[in-house]
Design a protein around this ligand. Sequence first.
Ligand SMILES: NC(=O)c1ccc[n+]([C@@H]2O[C@H](COP(=O)([O-])OP(=O)(O)OC[C@H]3O[C@@H](n4cnc5c(N)ncnc54)[C@H](O)[C@@H]3O)[C@@H](O)[C@H]2O)c1
Length: 268
Amino acid sequence: MKEFKNRVAVVTGGASGLGYAMCERFAREGMRIVMADISGPHLEDAAAGLRAGGAEVLAVACDVSKWEEVLALAAATKQKWGGAHIVCNNAGVRTMTRIWETSIEDWRWAVGVDLWGVIHGVRAFLPDMLARGEPGHIVNTASTAGFITARMNAPYAVSKSGVIALSETLYNELRHDKLPVSASVLCPGTVRTRLRENSAKLVPSGAPVAPHPAGKLPNERSPQEVAEMVFDAIRNDRFWILTHASVHDDIERRAESIIRTGAVVSAN
Ligand SMILES: NC(=O)c1ccc[n+]([C@@H]2O[C@H](COP(=O)([O-])OP(=O)(O)OC[C@H]3O[C@@H](n4cnc5c(N)ncnc54)[C@H](O)[C@@H]3O)[C@@H](O)[C@H]2O)c1
């Protein structure tokens, strides 16, 4: 995509962290912003914050794990501004329990948001984007957890590796048919956001999710730095958005262990 002014960007999980930074970055290009997030004052506050900077913002309360709500989000986007050009399927949550202690309700919740949220977003928006025939781009937020697992976070890793597989397939299908919409997958390492705090408030079982450690972590990036990488990938049509060089070693270590040593590697 090369033209951004007055085009429409939809960002799920847009009221906080990476999603909010993406909204800000797209707004700087003169894009119209559809900010989607679960309902609550934080959504209206975030939308007001973006509008204060001069952006045109449609705030839509939407639980991405619910197909009807994502369909309604796509319909609201179409009705307000004629449809989406960029869709960032970015809403996410995490858990912090062992696999056998994670309740089925928490599994359904986390996979519902982290994986089904992305499936819903692609399925609800892409047919209309293709029918309109204009250049467009879908960015799905995965994680380095999609490449290398870590203990105490299985629903997240399961979902994020699924998001990577879905995104690679999507990219290839769009390319194969020479369609004007492209795709990227965002695989961040550690970014300072409220992911843990927000997840702790939402997790159905109330199982603890420890807050982000205080103080700057080594290699930690800001949401704004990552949003810049996302915008650059859209402008230059790059599929992989790897925010941290350290993941290169993790990917090599995992591939090496699968092919040669038979070890099972973990991030922790
Ligand atoms: N922060 C990191 O270190 C990190 C690393 C890798 C990947 N990610 C991914 O980045 C994405 C954004 O997370 P973040 O770090 O900005 O966290 P965040 O908590 O600041 O933002 C996530 C947003 O998603 C929203 N959300 C949660 N459940 C939702 C639902 N059912 N429907 C709609 N919105 C919902 C939350 O309300 C919140 O506004 C997530 O997919 C996360 O997995 C984050």
